[in-house]
Design a protein around this ligand. Structure first.
Ligand code: C2E
Ligand code: MG
Ligand code: MG
Ligand code: MG
Length: 286
């Protein structure tokens, strides 16, 4: 037995592993009461239509403000919530909060926009998903066409036939459907045409170096061409520079989202942006 193999055998008991496990357990413990303690909030990141140069949608992004740890990244706690099922009540709360917020903006006379909400695999599997969604829309009196749900490729591949059925039912309600993080999953292009999506969101890992890495540019171009042939709208995520905006615009990308325009901000800050929307001859950033 080599030293390496020997080490691997005992890796499970290493102190780092133990620390990771401890952290995870602590996070999980705290997550249980987080909603009730009002530690969870929703922030909103604008999506800018490159043609109209206006905010046409916002993505709801969850934020957990822990009293002693501060802001905990969704990348850290969403997988835990996903594993223990807490994502179902949390996700439903995000959905209701986001839809109610969008309705409130409309009621305040602001230009109507879509609200985009991430749906986790666990939520997608819930047999009552359709009822939950339509119930929330009714409750907050939001028209279905102002809600968009984002799902990822891997979630769809668990049971393709069932995914097709669920997505079709959601589409029939009038909701928009977006395929998030596109290009990172392993879905066959063959299936893509069976799913009733309206939108493809190019993953930010491609956008990140689209102007410097020919491979990323090639993937981005291919995704845009694919989306066009399937008559889907395209959003690029993670846009951070003017050069990226120019590139994406030249290639015919419809919408962009990223720190170049704005990170996820509070509902009040979105109001200010939407007020600019309604003023003629006003363009956002750039
Ligand atoms: P996502 O759905 O792909 O959301 C986009 C992520 O990219 C957000 O991270 C956003 O802050 C970040 N981002 C936006 N623009 C830029 C940019 O220009 N540069 C860089 N580097 N990053 C940018 P965030 O908020 O940390 O969320 C991470 C992930 O957590 C989300 O990825 C989504 O998968 C998940 N998530 C967030 N909120 C929810 C939720 O309410 N429910 C579920 N199920 N998942 C959520
Ligand atoms: Mg998303
Ligand atoms: Mg994404
Ligand atoms: Mg994501």
């Amino acid at each position: 037995q080599t030293k390496q193999q020997h080490r691997n055998r005992y890796q499970f008991y290493s102190p780092e592993m133990n620390a990771q496990l401890q952290e995870r357990l602590a996070l999980e413990n705290e997550l249980y009461g987080a909603l009730e303690r009002n530690e969870i909030q929703v922030h909103y990141q604008p999506l800018i239509d490159l043609h109209a140069r206006q905010v046409t949608a916002v993505e709801a992004l969850i934020r957990w403000q822990h009293p002693t740890w501060g802001l905990v990244s969704p990348a850290k706690f969403i997988p835990i919530a996903e594993a223990n099922g807490l994502i179902v009540p949390i996700g439903e709360w995000v959905l209701r909060t986001a839809c109610a917020q969008n309705r409130a903006w409309q009621s305040a006379g602001l230009p109507p926009i879509r609200i985009s909400v991430n749906l986790s695999a666990r939520q997608f599997e819930q047999p009552n998903l359709l009822q939950v969604v339509s119930q929330i829309l009714q409750e907050v009196e939001l028209e279905a066409s102002y809600l968009e749900l984002e799902v990822t490729e891997s979630l769809l591949m668990v049971d393709i036939q069932r995914s097709v059925t669920t997505l079709k039912q959601l589409r029939e309600l009038g909701i928009w459907l977006a395929l998030d993080d596109f290009g990172t999953g392993y879905s066959s292009l063959n299936y893509l045409k069976r799913f009733p999506f309206n939108m493809l969101k190019i993953d930010r890992s491609f956008v990140h170096d689209v102007t410097s890495n020919p491979d990323s540019a090639a993937v981005t171009d291919a995704i845009i061409a694919l989306a066009k042939s399937l008559r889907l709208n395209i959003t690029a995520e993670g846009v951070e520079t003017q050069e990226q905006v120019d590139y994406l615009e030249m290639r015919g990308c419809h919408e962009v989202q990223g720190f170049y325009f704005s990170p996820a901000v509070t509902a009040e800050q979105i109001v200010q942006m939407l007020k600019q929307n309604s003023q003629p001859n006003q363009t956002i950033a750039a």
